[in-house]
Design a protein around this ligand. Sequence first.
Ligand SMILES: [Mn+2]
Length: 584
Amino acid sequence: MTPGLSATRNLSTWPYCLIVQVTFSLSLTPTWLCDPLTSDHPFDGIVYPRDNIAHGYMPIDSNIGRFSLEAAMFLCQPLLEVLAGRGIEDVDAFLKVPSWNDLPDPFSIPLIEKAAARVLCAVRDRERIVIHGDYDCDGILGAHILRSALTGLGAAPRTYLPHRDEGYGLSSPAVHRFSCNGTDLLITVDNGINARAAVRLAQRLGIDVVVIDHHRIQEQAETTAVWSDAFCGAGLAAMFAWALMLKAGWHATKVELLLSGCSQYAAIASIADCVPLLDSTRTLARLGLAELSRSKHKGLQQLLKTSCTDPSQPDSRDVAFGVAPRINAAGRMAHPVEALAVFEAGLDEEAVRQRVDRLNQLNRERQCVVKAHFEELIESIATDTPAGLVVYRETSPKGISGLLASKCVERYAVPSIVLVPSTTPGIVVGSGRSTPGIDLVEILRLHAKLFLRFGGHAQAVGLTMAVERIEEFREKFAQSMEPMARGSSQRLHAEAELPLSFANRHFFDQLLLLEPFGEGNRPPAFSIRMAEIVSVRNKWARIRQGRSSVEVLCWDVPITEQMKGDFIVEFYGKTRILRGFTPR
Ligand SMILES: [Mn+2]
């Protein structure tokens, strides 16, 4: 929904929506043109549509009592039901188009002021600064945000992104290299909080270390650490950049310009990383998505152009399935610096185009490799899947273990871990992905003695272990998952019923207010009852109900023309995806 929009409602939506005219004022809070309870204007000439009575809908649902009157009158019933079902308490705050003021004060993050002061000293004294990121989207963009901020302050930091073969996080060989280069200050982003030994080594070699990380704390490194799990790594880097600028005394307009830039990268990383898109992360991602649509960064513009359905209005699905996989492809198939190069190409359009082409090519390779390896993997899985899956893939490359694990979760609906050989003989590394409500770090902690190292988040973990312990781990993992598997049903259910006559422009405008979708804020799924498929074209089908119809993408539900019954459709950005079907 754009500010200032004034929408006149479709008559057929009447029983669900009490308001005929709505507007968003420039202050971005809903203001009602007229009071529906007292004004005689909005209700003039409205005919109660018989169709909807026949469907058995009631004009007002009991759930409405949980919302402010404004939200209840503004949003259509199916969306209200979705929010109610998700237990969102403050709907007004959830829907409000955010401003920078809605982000938390950066100085509310513990130790951020101390860390910012240390970094500003380093800038002032022209110390040699190294920024250590990671090989995934979050770590690459986090490093880029910090580099831009420090460059803006007049420093000339170096950026270091490890290759996957070096393993995750800050390593001793890397620290030795930084020391040889005369590094005075090392800033780690999206890693470092548990790199106790490497941080100690750095300190012994005379390198000061500032950690900016959001991973679960296990063995905390003893140094100045800016830690919060309210953001992804790049999000935290953006907050840190903000703190730096405030502390450096930058003018407000300059700070806002910086925030606008940082938030675009932070939004991509927030959607790509395993961090719930709620609260502060959601605010930052929403702000960043809006900024992304008017991005001046050549690299981002070109990436959006090749990967979005509508580059002028990128949504969370474009980012999750278009932009982020291309950035990640560099680290998976080649070296993460190839992604960083896109953002550091500056204004040279030809260079930007070539570098984005390279990412496109790596992404296509990645798709082929994952497809081939997943098909092989499926054959090795018994028909009777355990409650937790551990798969060892001797032939799969390291870069795709996380993607294979995600695909296992999708297919078998159980937490899955995919292990592949490391560069050290006898040692395997792996990635795990979880199902909603199961904290994988906690599960791994139960079997901590099996691993050389492990860590991550509730929904995504990484681990290293000896190859001979895989069997034991496989059994124990399935066992510890057994009691939980029974409780959580993985089948996607509809959160509300959607009469198709409601799926008009206003509905999609309202749906936009629930964005960005992803981890912790799933795209809403609606049931469309008593409908039929009227046409099929490749993976697309048109579903009709009464006089209304909608085009849906069909990935995993087999479809034929004239199929009649109840459909479950996920509304993900501009795309509708068929998720379930019950014949009638
Ligand atoms: Mn991260």
